[in-house]
Design a protein around this ligand. Structure first.
Ligand SMILES: [Cu+2]
Length: 336
């Protein structure tokens, strides 16, 4: 090969190599504005993802994508007048923080205040929907509370220390995120006589409570409080939960409450640090991030059971622990 031809040949190889690199520099597209994605192998050093992948095999293949706020919810919001801009606040009347209760039935009374703009918890009998309060015992799935005047009962609460978290919710289970909306207390059940023969649950294998139960008293799974500090960064899992059927399974919302932690791209109120991220994964798959404190909607669910894991992590992707509450996995059932 003559030197000139060799030169052209080398230039051709160089150009071709540059072209090969180009695709890596282009954003792959999709709804990535708010969510950078990373693979499991980058974020999960414990090898846990192998187990999670295995446990997800019972679900058929699915390709989830983040979609904008569903039109149905946009319309419901418009029909509610000013309620969406309300800033409801809650206070515990009973039990009070630090209380000792000598019964396995724990009465919960809440006082609603703040700038309500017509917001009132109430179930519409025709639609079965309405504004309600999410009530969370320890780190169990929330229970919906519609009748504030009557109060709420947690039944079969085990002896020991517990936490209760509450916040107001819209009919479609999206939480209000204003200051004072979220409250958390700690209480102790002593000699309550709870039924210890009921099945216990672990954080990794939650038994779901009945999402469709309308009663204002709920039998709780045995659990006790984590070593949680309410002055430290705290992620409270809210949705998804329970069963999703038909049209409700089209777009499934992930929603949570954040205390003492600002997200990296967030516009959260009065939060001193914006160093945190919420990491989520479905069926042990690819980990994704939520960097603005808003709900997201995922579409493309396959029929069957799914697990959703929600974690509060720092800028390096390390879990920010707070009594075990900042990493929560729940199971849902989709029937389309
Ligand atoms: Cu709800």
């Amino acid at each position: 090969m003559k030197p000139t031809k060799l030169f052209i040949f080398l230039v051709a190889i160089a150009v071709s190599a540059a072209c090969d690199r180009t695709p890596n520099q282009v954003n792959p597209g999709g709804y990535t504005g708010a969510n950078k994605t990373v693979s499991n192998t980058e974020t999960n050093s414990s090898g846990q993802h192998n187990n999670e992948r295995n446990s997800a095999e019972h679900s058929s293949a699915q390709n989830l994508s983040e979609v904008p706020r569903p039109q149905k919810i946009v319309e419901m919001t418009a029909q509610r007048g000013e309620q969406d801009q309300a800033a409801p606040t809650l206070k515990f009347v009973e039990p009070i923080d630090g209380a000792t209760v000598s019964s396995s039935t724990v009465k919960v009374k809440l006082q609603l205040g703040g700038d309500l703009k017509g917001y009132q918890p109430m179930k519409d009998m025709a639609t079965g929907m309405g504004n309600h309060i999410h009530v969370i015992l320890d780190n169990q799935p929330y229970e919906a509370h519609y009748k504030l005047a009557e109060g709420f009962e947690l039944r079969n609460v085990a002896d020991g220390e517990h936490t209760l978290r509450v916040f107001p919710s819209r009919p479609w289970h999206e939480s209000y995120k204003n200051p004072g909306a979220f409250q958390m207390i700690r209480f102790t059940v002593k000699n309550g006589g709870g039924d210890a023969s009921k099945p216990t649950t672990s954080n990794a294998n939650e038994t779901m409570s009945n999402a469709s139960a309308a009663s204002e008293g709920k039998d709780m799974q045995p659990s006790t409080a984590g070593a949680v500090d309410k002055t430290k960064p705290l992620l409270t899992y809210s949705r998804p939960k329970g069963e999703y059927k038909g049209a409700d399974a089209e777009n499934i919302m992930i929603d949570f409450w954040l205390s003492n932690a600002g997200l990296q791209r967030g516009n959260d109120y009065a939060v001193p640090t914006k160093a945190y991220r919420v990491r989520y994964s479905v069926d042990g798959g690819e980990a994704k991030f939520i960097d603005i404190w808003n709900p997201i909607w995922l579409s493309g669910w396959a029929n069957g059971k799914h697990t959703i894991k929600l974690e509060l992590v720092d800028g390096n992707g390390n879990l920010v622990d707070n009594g075990g509450y900042n990493s929560t996995t729940r199971e849902i059932t989709v029937t389309r």
